[in-house]
Ligand binder design. Structure first.
Ligand code: GLU
Ligand code: ZN
Length: 304
């Protein structure tokens, strides 16, 4: 069976250079490893996702010439997410956390990367099948993550041994507004969609150990779910690609890209011009030379 790779943009804005670079890496990996490509619209954050962005992502990918084999949208899986949550809750693996942002910052250690390492203050609020608690305070839901080292390999960056309990502690799977978090949604979808290859920006590298840990909990807890029958987490390949650097040498995270490809397109740039520009900025080309998509994918694939 061929492997499956996914491109998973969040429709909280139009596609920008960060997405485009990720897309080139994903399509290059698919070429190199002969994979099917799946487009997943990650609209788990219903507070920020917009229909115009969803349509825009599809249109822009088509305009640039990116073709894929299948497509899904997270919001059509929300009932299933709830089912998984219920099963995790019944096993005592979930608890509501009422800590405010301020409390989180002041009552917990902060990691080198600036993240709160949650110490489990609200763990006592955990409920089980036999013990239901009503909670009327604003709260998120956290997963009880095992205190365990996850060993994983990145095709570009090498081997990692990380313990999510020490990196961030129990983390939210549903936020205060009732929206599913990225970590929860991405784990379930990667499992149910049979994703074998995960290629994405270096800015998300820190999430990998916690996603492996959560995927294992989900797979173990939901063994009777046909859609989660095979736990592919054991054979997932990871590659986290470098990000684009701005003129001062600072890496731009996807969130920081100020303008969209639409603006380039509206200004009259052609797809080869846009692709050449991105290859140049990412260090694949020494000159800003217009490059056709197939050629651009080949250039990136050679460096994988
Ligand atoms: N939806 C995420 C983003 O646009 C990507 C998630 C992933 O590739 O795991 O930043
Ligand atoms: Zn708390």
């Amino acid at each position: 069976m061929p492997g499956i790779i996914r491109f998973a943009p969040s429709p909280t804005g139009f596609l920008h250079e960060g997405h485009l670079l990720s897309a080139l890496y994903v399509w290059a990996a698919a070429k190199k490893w002969d994979l099917k490509i799946h487009l997943r619209i990650e609209d788990h954050d219903q507070g920020r996702a917009r229909k115009e962005y969803i349509d825009g992502i599809r249109e822009d990918l088509a305009w640039l010439g990116f073709r894929y084999d299948s497509e899904s949208i997270q919001s059509s899986h929300f009932d299933f997410f709830q089912k998984v949550l219920d099963k995790l809750t019944a096993k005592g693996l979930v608890y509501p956390c009422t800590c405010s942002r301020k409390q989180l910052q002041s009552e917990n250690p902060i990691s080198e990367t600036g993240e709160v390492i949650y110490q489990g203050k609200c763990f006592f609020r955990r409920e089980t099948k036999d013990e239901r608690r009503e909670i009327n305070l604003p709260h998120n839901l956290r997963i009880v993550i095992p205190d365990k080292v996850i060993n994983w390999h990145d095709e570009r960056l090498g081997d990692f041994s990380e313990n999510p309990k020490l990196q961030c502690g129990d983390f939210p799977i549903r936020d205060r507004d009732g929206f599913w978090t990225y970590q929860f949604a991405v784990c379930i979808d990667d499992l149910t969609e049979g994703i074998t290859h995960i290629v994405r920006g270096e800015d998300i590298r820190n999430s990998t150990a916690r996603q492996i840990a959560l995927s294992q909990l989900i797979a173990d807890t939901c063994q009777d779910e046909p859609s989660l029958r095979i736990p592919p987490y054991t054979r997932q390949l990871y590659l986290h690609h470098p990000l684009i650097v701005d003129s001062s040498g600072k890496k731009l995270s996807k969130r920081e890209h100020a303008y969209s490809l639409r603006q380039d397109k509206d200004a009259g740039k052609t797809p080869p011009e846009i692709l050449g520009q991105i290859l140049y900025k990412a260090g694949f080309l020494s000159n800003n030379t217009p490059t056709a998509l197939e050629q651009a994918i080949t250039i990136v694939a050679k460096r994988l």
